[in-house]
Design a protein around this ligand. Sequence first.
Ligand SMILES: [Zn+2]
Length: 298
Amino acid sequence: MHCIQTLITAATLTVALLSSAFAHAEDAGESEQTVRFAVINTSGTNTLDALSYSGGSWFSKVRMSYVAFLVDHPKGRFLFDTGLGRNIKQQYQADMPLWMRPAFKYDSVKPVRDQLEANHQTLPNQIILSHTHWDHASGVADFPNAEVWALPEEHAYIAEGNVMPSQFANPDLRWHEYTLTDTPWRNYKKSLDLYGDGSVVLVDQGGHTPGSVGLYLRTSSGSEYLLCGDTLWRARALERAAPKSWVARWLVDDDTVATQERVNQLAEFSRQYPDVVIVPAHDTEVLDQLGYFPSWLE
Ligand SMILES: [Zn+2]
C-alpha cells in the first residue's frame, strides 16, 4: 500500500513537474533550464525510394524533408541547419543549374523564420550548418544577426564555388570559423563539446562535403540523438551500412570514399549505442516519429 502511495505521489509530482516545465516553456517562449530541440519542417519533395539509398525500391516513392533543428540549452539557443528560407525561389532561379533541377525539387515552403515569429520565439543568434548545400543553408539569409558557424574546410568549399552563391551573398554575413578538437568522442576522433557538459556535441562527418559535421544531443529526459546531416539519407540503410544510390552519390557526395567511411562509422556507432536515435537530415520516416515544431523533444 505504502509503495503504491509512494508511486502515485511520485507520478503526481512528475506530472506536476512536467506540466509546470511545459507551461514555463510555453510562457517564456523558450527554455531556460532544459536541453531540448525541435524539428522545424520547411519543405520537402517526393522521390523514388531507390534513389534515397542503395537497395531501396524502384516501385515506391518516399518523402524527403528539408528541415532545421532548433536547439535550446541553458547556455544558448542555436539552429542546426536552416532548411529552405524566404528567398528560396530567387536563390534557386539564380543558382540551380537547369540540368540539376529535375533531381532537386521542392514543394510548398514554410521558412523557419516565419514559423518562429508565428510562435513568438526568440530568434537564435547562432547557426551551425551540418554543411553548406542549398537545402541546408537557404534560410541563413533570414537571420542577418546570427553568427554562422562553419569549419575552415567547409568555408574553403564555399569559396571553391560548390554551393549557391546567392545564399551567402550578404557581405555582412557573420561567419565564425571554428575547429573540432582532437578529443575523441565515442567512436569519433574529433569532436566539440559545445557547452562542456556532454549534452551537445559536434562530431566530424567530413566526406559528403569536406567540413560536414554531425550533432549529438542528449535532452533533459536523457533521450539521445545523433543528427548526421547528409552522410546518410535513410536510417534504414544503416543496418547494411548501405550508401545513397549511385546516382545520388555521384550528384551530391564530394568524396564518395570518405562518405562511405562515415556511413561505416555511423553503422558501428549505431551497433555500440543502440539507444541513440540516428537522424539523417532528410529522412521523413525518422523525422515524423520525432514530431515537428512547435512541439519539442525534451
Ligand atoms: Zn541535403
